[in-house]
Write a protein that binds this ligand. Sequence first.
Ligand SMILES: Cc1cc2nc3c(=O)[nH]c(=O)nc-3n(C[C@H](O)[C@H](O)[C@H](O)COP(=O)(O)OP(=O)(O)OC[C@H]3O[C@@H](n4cnc5c(N)ncnc54)[C@H](O)[C@@H]3O)c2cc1C
Length: 359
Amino acid sequence: MKVDSIIVGQGLAGSCLALALAHRGKTFMVFDEPAKNHTTAVAPGLFNPIIGKGLTKTWMAETTFPFAEKFYQGIERQLGCRFYHPMPIYRPFISVEEQNEWMALSEGRLKSFIEKTYTSPAFGNFVNDPLGGILVKKSGYVNTVTLMSSVVGWLKKNGQYRESHVDFDRLKIESGNVLYEDVEAKDIIFCDGVRVKKNPFFSWVYINCLKGETLTIQLTNPLNVIFNRGVYLVPTANPLVCLVGATYKPNDATENFTPEGEQELREKLDALIKIPYTVEDRHWGIRPAVPDRRPVLGHHPLYKNVFLLNGMGTKGVTLAPYFATSLAARLDQAGEIPDEVNIKRFKSLYSKFGFSSNV
Ligand SMILES: Cc1cc2nc3c(=O)[nH]c(=O)nc-3n(C[C@H](O)[C@H](O)[C@H](O)COP(=O)(O)OP(=O)(O)OC[C@H]3O[C@@H](n4cnc5c(N)ncnc54)[C@H](O)[C@@H]3O)c2cc1C
């Protein structure tokens, strides 16, 4: 079977790339091992244009957020499903100083992302907010499980999906040609998340494991706003079930949920909410994180038809649509990869590993 591309991995990156390539009329085969997905499958899918501690705007929020909205709403129409949920985020103040700081920011550099500033309790029945809080707009969540299952259904219907492991020993790369099983393609794109660390083509790229744990909790009242202070509380398809997350443990690739993770989440949750809850489930996942917090796109230094789309870090929901679309344009010879996210920035690492580089 002849296709334009082979895509390895169907998390957020691979799903968005498949959709972007299809939009350009390209053909492809996706290989994935969904049972081994512990990143996209566990992500609560929050998108927040303001980053917590530094009170700064999320990188490229003005561009990637509206792009993601249009992209996801297009998929919802195309596939007849619903997973994109715009919703405000409420962040209670913890001190008068913080209240003052936010009052200034809401009139200043963060004005376009702030719906309202409250100086007295606004959601006092739900959370501890004696000093009020900030209501952020242009935020919400993507139900990543629904997104992935809708995409896989679409791929299967079109005969573009194989649930199997891609074995590097059986992959044949030639100039202008890639062969795997009975599939012949012009190029191959690895969207393999943290498993890139075992990928012989790209293990030299500086992508670290950033472990995260979450809880699934049951509430007595549904949420119509996302709460965020220490932890975030994000709705799911069931209005009374929420995800609480997440922990951040750099350089941890252990594949388990831990009692310490649960304790940390429970303590932060207890400080945030007033209402009763029961813990129904626990999850762990590992984010593919890059020290400069930018995705990594581009081709291998020697094999010009072997590509990587990775490094989505903590913001896959908003980064994947935009950068998968950039890569699809590049694969279609219709665009260049921006320097900031280009794999070329790791060129020196490639040389360090003893390979000659002609990137
Ligand atoms: C606890 C937690 C909370 C998070 N919360 C958020 C959030 O609220 N908002 C947000 O934007 N982001 C969040 N993230 C980050 C987000 O989940 C990631 O940025 C994103 O999911 C990464 O997607 P990916 O497609 O690159 O990787 P993955 O989802 O890991 O997908 C890679 C896929 O490739 C497959 N694969 C790898 N190698 C092979 C092979 N050789 N053969 C076949 N298949 C292969 C894997 O099985 C997997 O299915 C969170 C992550 C975690 C862990």
